[in-house]
Design a protein around this ligand. Structure first.
Ligand SMILES: [Zn+2]
Ligand SMILES: [Zn+2]
Ligand SMILES: [Zn+2]
Length: 241
């Protein structure tokens, strides 16, 4: 009797007949959708077929498949694997981390399932101080973006030249990012050499610039640096255009 060969019962497909007996009837080899093979008795299979049972090798294939593609917190469940202990799910995290392996219990017990990046992200967020309106060299912070570099959120900044530039708090505060780019700095240099030809002038020029960037008044600068208002006004115009 091989009427069973090729028959699907739930997640099992009967692929072969053995010469062995199992629970008093002939044993058949069944292939489970999960990849495992098991033997089932003819009686067992007939009974399962009649009941339209969702048979599997014991892996509860259907129940587990249900989770595939589901999104839990930052994780998207991609597939499941059997480990020695229990079933684990392989997930991709929103942060870009792929193949994160976790048990359903661990996923379900977390308020925000993630690969481990979430805590770091929260800590990083703490450091995302409000920089709106603060100046860093030629850049003024405009607004905090959702975009990130390695968990750190980016600030959209406006450069004195008019161009926009994105930078992290760290980049801005460390002084590593002070303008929209190299071209801007070169332009700046050209302007600077045209404006101030000798060393003393250059020093004063930069002091005036800095004070202007700190939004000090012309009167304040005149008083503190002992310079004429025309010089200050000229530099102020440069900063605007
Ligand atoms: Zn199975
Ligand atoms: Zn992650
Ligand atoms: Zn610029």
């Amino acid at each position: 009797m091989s009427e069973f060969i090729g028959t699907r019962i739930g997640n099992l497909v009967v692929v072969g007949k053995t010469s062995e007996q199992l629970h008093g009837s002939i044993a058949y080899i069944c292939q489970c959708d999960c990849g495992e093979r098991i033997n089932r008795s003819e009686r067992n299979l007939k009974d399962a077929k009649r009941r339209h049972a969702m048979s599997s090798c014991g892996c509860q294939y259907d129940r587990k498949m249900k989770f595939i593609g589901e999104k839990r917190g930052l994780l998207t469940i991609k597939e499941w694997v059997r480990t020695s202990q229990e079933t684990e799910y392989v997930c991709d995290c929103d942060c870009g981390q792929k193949g994160v392996q976790m048990s359903l219990k661990a996923i379900s017990s977390s308020e925000m399932p993630n690969c481990g990046c979430y805590g770091k992200r929260l800590r990083a967020e703490k450091f995302s101080l409000d920089l709106t309106g603060q100046r860093f060299g030629r850049l003024v912070a405009v607004k905090l973006l959702e975009k990130r570099i390695r968990n750190y959120r980016l600030w959209l900044c406006k450069c004195d030249c008019g161009k926009m530039k994105e930078a992290t708090v760290g980049q801005l505060r460390s002084g590593n990012t002070k303008s929209c780019g190299l071209d801007c700095r070169l332009q700046e240099k050209r302007k600077y050499s045209a404006t101030a030809s000798n060393l003393e002038h250059r020093k004063t020029y930069w002091q005036i610039r800095e004070l202007l960037q700190e939004r000090k008044s012309i009167a304040y600068i005149k008083k503190n640096l002992h310079v004429g208002s025309s010089v200050v006004e000229q530099i102020k115009r440069e900063l605007v255009d």
